[in-house]
Each structure stands twice: as structure tokens, then as C-alpha cells.
Design a protein around this ligand. Structure first.
Ligand code: PAF
Length: 285
């Protein structure tokens, strides 16, 4: 019978990583796993090396106590999914072990990413993401790491973290998996939406495409904004930006421009983005 190894402490998991000679793939998560996470696992497994998944609802990256408290936790189901997906080991850190009091602060210059979008609206969020990933990467030493492009700004922040501290780690950003019926980007937060909420939130995907299809960027954004407002979606931000700096742009360039959104449906905060690709990629569900 296939056995999923479960570790709670850095000591145990790092003995496992050393036994792999660090030739393993790592998928960090906050649990409440869905098909989007399983796609990351699938891509990690495709490299043919052992796969380690971590599940840790990282308090350091929540700027809102209620959001942290309401974050879905489905550990038993997560472990079953990871077992069935053929994951080799799971790390479920204990906060005091992961974050000992003497842990030094990580200083990383995020440039323009620091104060826009998620950086602006979730103060301290990226400092928390950097804290946990720096700790995990240092302790585990993975060769390949996997992230979902739904969190586009996070992918860009992780690129900076890796470039600065972990040049041997290879980062894989995996395209967003979407609900086939509505186009809604899969997210752990979607479980908090009603059936109607899921349908409504599907408009986010289409608005992001509209934003990239106007005669001008301004026109595209105006159309996208009124489309979302007509659906009753509250917009926190909606913009067209250049990559990788995520600054507003008026010019759409293949693979170097993205439309980005954050907002609320039924009180649930959702984010999404589309990277402009001249010949759209066909997603097969
Ligand atoms: O994207 C997430 O789920 C989290 O931000 C991450 C990368 C696991 C860090 O806690």
C-alpha cells in the first residue's frame, strides 16, 4: 500500500529532504485544496522526482484577523487528495517550530511590487509570504517549486525572493485553473460563495478579457468596470499593467501585459488576472 509520509517538525522533514539529496519538488500551500492545487502537484510529479507539499495557514500573511479565522481548513480531505494524487510527503508545520523567536527578519526589495495592488490593499501580506517561504526554502532546500498564476503578484515576489537568496531553486508558475462552467478562477475561498455567487463571480474572468480587448486600454477598462458593476461585483482594483513591474500601462504587449482584479462577491474577497497572449492558450479541463 502507498503511504503518505507526514511531518510536523523541521527536523523530521529535513531528514527526508536530505535523503532525497534535495532532488525533490515542493508545492507550498495553505490547504483547502482544490483542482488548481492538484494541477501544481501534477506538474511537480511530471518532473519525475519525489513531491513534498506543505499545508500551513500562515498567520504572518493575513492583515485581517477575521480573514485568517474564516480561512477554510479541510485537512482530512486535503490529505486524502494528496495521497490519491501520489504525493510522497506532506509537511504540516507547527507555528512555534517554523517561527522560533530568534528567526531573523528577511529584507527584500520588492521595487514597484511593494506598494501596488495586493501590496497596497493587504499591508504586510508580502512580508508574511516572504517570511514563510524564506523559512521553508532555507530549511527544506527544494530543487523545484510550484506556484499558481492566479496569484500573479505573488509569483513575481517569489521570483525576486529566489533571485536574491535561492539561485539554485527553479520556480514554475502554473496557469490558472478555472471552473469549466463559469470561468471562475479556482480558489480556496470559493467554498464561501453560494451557487449564485459562483455564477456571478464568473464575470471576473470575462471582465479581465474585456479589459485587454478595447481599442485603447482606457476603453477596455471602462467596459470591464461597467460589466462588473452591472453584475453587482464590488471592485477593489481593476487595472492593466506591464510585467514584471505591475505598473499601469497604456500599451498591450504579448506576454508582458496583464489585467488584474481584486474585489468582493457576497463579501468574499477574490483576485484574478489575465496575462495577454496573442494567440490565446486553449485550456482543456
Ligand atoms: O499561495 C499561497 O497559498 C500562500 O501564499 C503560500 C505561497 C503557500 C505561502 O503561505
Amino acid at each position: 500500500m502507498f503511504l503518505l509520509k507526514i511531518f510536523h517538525y523541521i527536523k523530521g522533514v529535513s531528514e527526508w529532504t536530505k535523503r532525497q539529496n534535495n532532488a525533490f519538488s515542493f508545492v507550498p500551500t495553505m490547504g483547502a485544496l482544490h483542482a488548481g492545487h492538484l494541477l501544481l502537484v501534477e506538474k511537480a510529479k511530471a518532473l519525475g522526482r519525489p513531491v513534498l507539499v506543505s499545508i500551513f495557514v500562515n498567520p504572518a500573511q493575513f492583515n485581517n484577523a477575521e480573514d485568517l479565522q474564516k480561512y477554510p481548513r479541510t485537512l482530512e480531505q486535503d490529505l486524502r487528495l494528496l495521497h490519491d494524487a501520489g504525493v510522497d510527503a506532506v509537511f504540516l508545520p507547527v507555528t512555534e517550530d517554523l517561527y522560533p523567536t530568534e528567526l531573523p527578519e528577511v529584507s527584500l526589495d520588492l521595487g514597484s511590487l511593494e506598494n501596488v495592488f495586493e501590496g497596497q490593499h493587504r499591508l504586510g501580506h508580502f512580508a508574511g509570504v516572504i517570511k514563510v517561504l524564506h523559512r521553508l526554502f532555507s530549511a527544506l532546500g527544494p530543487r523545484d517549486v510550484f506556484f499558481g498564476q492566479k496569484d500573479l503578484q505573488q509569483c513575481l515576489v517569489v521570483e525576486k525572493l529566489i533571485a536574491r537568496f535561492f539561485p539554485d531553486i527553479h520556480q514554475h508558475n502554473i496557469p490558472t485553473r478555472r471552473d469549466p462552467q463559469t470561468g471562475l478562477a479556482l480558489s480556496s475561498r470559493n467554498v464561501r460563495l453560494s451557487k449564485q455567487g459562483v455564477v456571478t463571480a464568473g464575470a471576473i474572468n470575462w471582465s479581465l478579457q474585456l479589459a485587454l480587448q478595447g481599442k485603447t486600454v482606457d476603453e477596455g477598462l471602462t467596459e470591464a468596470r461597467s460589466y462588473l458593476e452591472n453584475k453587482g461585483i464590488t471592485i477593489e482594483y481593476l487595472d492593466v499593467v506591464s510585467l514584471p513591474d505591475m505598473l499601469h500601462t497604456e500599451e498591450i504587449v504579448d506576454k508582458k501585459t496583464a489585467s488584474v482584479f481584486a474585489g468582493y462577491v457576497e463579501g468574499v474577497r477574490l483576485i484574478d488576472n489575465h496575462v495577454f497572449i496573442d494567440i490565446p492558450e486553449i485550456t482543456v479541463f
